[in-house]
Design a protein around this ligand. Sequence first.
Ligand SMILES: NC(=O)c1ccc[n+]([C@@H]2O[C@H](COP(=O)([O-])OP(=O)(O)OC[C@H]3O[C@@H](n4cnc5c(N)ncnc54)[C@H](O)[C@@H]3O)[C@@H](O)[C@H]2O)c1
Length: 491
Amino acid sequence: MSQQKLSRREMLERSMFATAAAVAAQHANLPVAYSQGVKSPNETIRVAITGVNGRGGSHVSELKSRSNTEIAAIIDVDEAVGQRAIAGIEKDTGKRPLFFTDIRKALEDKSIDAVSVATPNHWHSLAAIWSMQAGKDVYVEKPVSHNVSEGRRCVQVARKYKKICQTGTQSRSEKGMREAIEFVRNGGIGEVKLARGLCYKRRGAIGPRGTYEPPKTLDYDLWSGPAPIKPVTRPKFHYDWHWQWEYGNGDLGNQGIHQMDIARWGLGVSDLGESVLSYGGRLGYEDAGETGNTQVCIHRYGDKRLVFEVRGLETPDLKAPKSDAEGAKVGVIFYGSEGYMVMPSYSSGVVFDLEGKMVKQFKGGGDHFGNFLAACRSRNHEELNADILEGHLSSALCHLGNISYRLGEQLPVKEIAKKLEGDAEALETFGRFSEHLVANKVDLDSKAYFGLNLTLDGKAEVFTGPNADAANPMLTREYRKPYVVPAEKDV
Ligand SMILES: NC(=O)c1ccc[n+]([C@@H]2O[C@H](COP(=O)([O-])OP(=O)(O)OC[C@H]3O[C@@H](n4cnc5c(N)ncnc54)[C@H](O)[C@@H]3O)[C@@H](O)[C@H]2O)c1
């Protein structure tokens, strides 16, 4: 399905079928370009994979042995990482992909149809936007953005250039998850006013803050990309950027975005809500990390709430009320007027009645990359299970939580309760939050951030109210040229 092949085919088709296609498109209520761009199921989709140290390795495994799909290129700013992936692909498939360190060079190759992105978060949106502007379809890892505004820009670019853009929240393609969410949204547990997302995932200290060298095989200017070039202050270069604000979004935007997405999906809300409040800290150890390891975010949608809890210290799982059955650690719990839905994994949901008795289970996997490739052929973004719009909205909720947190005042943990007085649900969550810290021997006199309670115009995706002036600039970042996400008017 290379663009070279496409243009040859287009030349033939234009003379023979252009009128028929336009008529068919009118009937199907689709833009003409979509219907003319339909790919045959037999044409090979040539994919370039961007960033192959950790998750990009799974992109390789997902794509290397599919029929009618070829890994055409590997892009990595760390040559050693890229060459290691190439050697593995050549061994397994007999074909040696091209290698690029700079994505812009790869995007000049017209034979590449699609780009998958598994770089650090601060590169996701820019890599996706440049790829779509160069005519490629995109599979972009979660979170799709490092800030709210660039995620919205990805949606705008995907629509303007009529590109397929799938978010890497793979649970959206799992059968068990899809059926469980449908059950919740169809009233299976009655009216749901509370969804609790859980990222209870042990995260140790990442070593002392200092000055360290990036890997010798890595182009640090390209790695930094849209972020300022700063000395490296963490001992382990790859992966641990998740815990530093210039590049990552903490565990909210690492593991947590999967569960934030499931919680928002099940609540059936498709904007950024009315308000956000977050509190927490990096508690229990001191290291080179900056993001919270223990954090609560409360997002309000009218009388519905999405509460998200991050716990990087040791903790037991959370169960449905009154239940002795296994609960969830990395999961979601929906609280309904007639029961509870516990999602303990990416692909299952367990229903409990109000007495805590298990009454129903949903299970079963899926094929998220397969869903992406099928939509690349059909040219219909509505067939995607995790279209970029969904990815943007859920990623944005993580960013909003971090904005509230980062604008907060520092208080002894025990004083946070006073700030939540009169709000029973918030106090219950805080009660468990402080018990958890005590269990991990964290003194409740330790300082934590109590974030600003920020109000929002959730559809316009801007903060309103008294703290808007402080919060709105944090919806974007200052991009280091030439790694600049275009403004809305320049797309
Ligand atoms: N969907 C999932 O289940 C899942 C699981 C793990 C990670 N992820 C996501 O995948 C992303 C990568 O995570 P990781 O753990 O592999 O990180 P990592 O730091 O281990 O690897 C990132 C790789 O990207 C390369 N890179 C950096 N900038 C680049 C650029 N501009 N062009 C090309 N390559 C570049 C780095 O050299 C490195 O090899 C993260 O955003 C993470 O959130 C998703």
